[in-house]
Design a protein around this ligand. Sequence first.
Ligand code: SF4
Length: 268
Amino acid sequence: MTSDTQESGTDPVGLKSLSPSRASDFKRCPQLFKFSAIDRIPTPPNVYQARGTTAHLALERLFELPAAGRTPERLSDLFREAWVELKPGEFADLFTDVADERAWGIESLAILNNYFAMEDPTQFEPLSRELDMTQAVGDMTIRGILDRMEERPEGLVITDYKSGKAPSERFAMSAFFALKIYALLIRIREGRTPVALRLMYLTGPTVLEIPIDDGQLDAMEHQLEALWGAINKAIATDHFPPRTGVLCDWCSYQDICPAFASDEGGAV
Ligand code: SF4
């Protein structure tokens, strides 16, 4: 789960910055982008976000340990410790029933343990973890946090952890959208083009990996510039059309979306 360092915001002259996840929101549905990045309507945390956030912190800290200490038992301990830290803040009201929280914890630990089926963390040292990727790209500023980057003999590889399961083949390539943006930022910042992008899905588990090259990153840069223009035009004209699709069923804003409003409400 790559993440935003802060929400995109607007000032009187337009958008200040853009995160890969907000850029993805706009591509998926401009109305969704308005709810999340412009209106900044918070969505209630759910058990999947809690699992993802806690698992990320545990995996980040796993690599603070000496290689020999990176064991399944220690990762489970790190998850428990991370949950104790995170729960009182964002997730304080998530569980009202101790049995529900316990069941969530047991399921989460089983999913987290799948990590060891995908790679052996005793065999390498990441170059960086939770890397702040605030970076100018043309007249844009892109903000986000990259989960992990490592050096292989063939070059740089950037990795994103996902606590859910891998998408179907139909959506697999679009799942790399954020990582392609991060690869572009790495190229700008480090002067090196990563050789591969890697998504690690703990539920499954599944590793998806694709090669990346300068041609693809040039295309991503052009796509980002076009997206940035479209977003600023949408802000200037206050035009954020809803784009309905299969993913609406998972949209946190469906209850207030004009595309799903009743006729009585006078909406679409
Ligand atoms: S419910 Fe669908 S159309 Fe409405 S904001 Fe969400 S993704 Fe867009």
